[in-house]
Design a protein around this ligand. Structure first.
Ligand code: ADE
Length: 244
C-alpha cells in the first residue's frame, strides 16, 4: 500500500514511519511513503504558505494553492486520483473499522493542516473525507496522520508476521484484548494466572474470552453494549469477576 502525505513538516511523518515495524515494512516493500512538501507549491518565490483569516479570526491559515499543488503532485505520481483524507478535529472519529476500510485501498493521500488549519475551499475541492483521531486539538495534522498510517499499515499483508498478530488484538473483535503475561511466572509477588500455564488450549481460550469481556466491561461498557452478550456469556463475565 502506498501512502502520500501533503505536509509542511515531512520529517515529522517520515521520521516516525521509517522507524521500527513500519520502517521494516517500507524496507520489505509492504508499504511505501511519499511526503510532499506543500511549501514547494507556495504561490510566491519566498515559500510563504499562510495568510490572515477573512472575518478576523486569530492566527494564520494555510492557503489553497500549496495544498492543491501538493495533492495534484500526488495524483500525478500515482497516475490517478488518490482517495484523499484531511486530518481535522472536525472529522469523523477514527477507529479500527475505518482502518480496515482504508487498508483495502491501494493508496491513500493524507493532508495535514497546521496553524489555524487550511482554507475550506481547497478541502472541498480535493478531500473525500475528514478524519479526527479524537476529541482534542493537536498543533498539526502530522501526528494524526502518523496514527492513521500506523493503524492502517499493520493491517496490510506483509507488515506483521502473521494474521493472528493482528486479529487477536483489542478492537478487532469488538472487545478489548485479555491481559497477557511473559516470564517470570511470579514478579514482585504478582502471579501469572495459573490457567494460562497449564497448557489446556480450550480452557485458556475460555479464560481469555472471559478476561477480555471483563476488561471491556470495566473500561469500555459502550463497546460491550454493541456486542449484545448472551446470558451464558454474562454469567462467565460475572464468574470471572468473582474469581479475581
Ligand atoms: N488536527 C488537529 N487536531 C486533530 C485531531 N484531533 N485529529 C486529526 N487531525 C487534527
Amino acid at each position: 500500500m502506498h501512502f502520500y502525505v501533503a505536509t509542511l513538516f515531512p520529517e515529522q511523518v517520515s521520521g516516525y514511519i521509517n522507524t521500527s515495524i513500519t520502517g521494516r515494512a517500507i524496507d520489505n516493500g509492504a508499504i511505501s511513503l511519499d511526503c510532499i512538501q506543500m511549501r514547494d507549491y507556495a504561490p510566491n518565490s519566498y515559500g510563504r504558505v499562510d495568510d490572515t483569516i477573512y472575518g478576523g479570526g486569530t492566527g494564520m491559515m494555510i492557503r489553497c494553492e500549496p495544498v492543491y499543488g501538493a495533492c495534484k503532485k500526488a495524483y500525478e505520481m500515482a497516475g490517478h486520483k488518490v482517495h484523499t483524507v484531511y486530518m481535522s478535529p472536525k472529522g469523523s472519529v477514527f477507529n479500527e473499522d475505518k482502518a480496515k476500510e482504508l487498508a483495502s485501498r491501494e493508496d491513500l493521500l493524507i493532508i495535514c493542516g497546521h496553524y489555524e488549519g487550511i482554507d475550506e475551499r481547497v478541502i472541498r475541492e480535493v478531500s473525500d473525507e475528514e478524519i479526527s483521531i479524537g476529541d482534542y486539538v493537536l498543533t498539526g495534522g502530522e501526528t494524526a496522520a502518523i496514527v492513521v498510517i500506523d493503524a492502517v499499515s499493520r493491517l496490510v499483508e506483509g507488515v506483521l508476521p502473521n494474521e493472528e498478530a493482528y486479529t487477536n488484538e483489542s478492537h478487532m473483535e469488538g472487545a478489548l484484548e485479555a491481559p497477557q503475561y511473559t516470564k517470570p511466572p511470579v514478579w514482585n509477588g504478582r502471579e501469572v494466572p495459573g490457567i494460562l500455564k497449564n497448557g489446556n488450549d480450550a480452557l485458556i481460550k475460555e479464560y481469555n474470552r472471559a478476561a477480555s469481556l471483563y476488561d471491556t466491561w470495566k473500561a469500555r461498557p459502550d463497546m460491550l453494549d454493541k456486542l449484545d452478550l448472551t446470558e451464558e456469556e454474562w454469567k462467565k463475565v460475572l464468574a470471572f469477576k468473582k474469581g479475581l
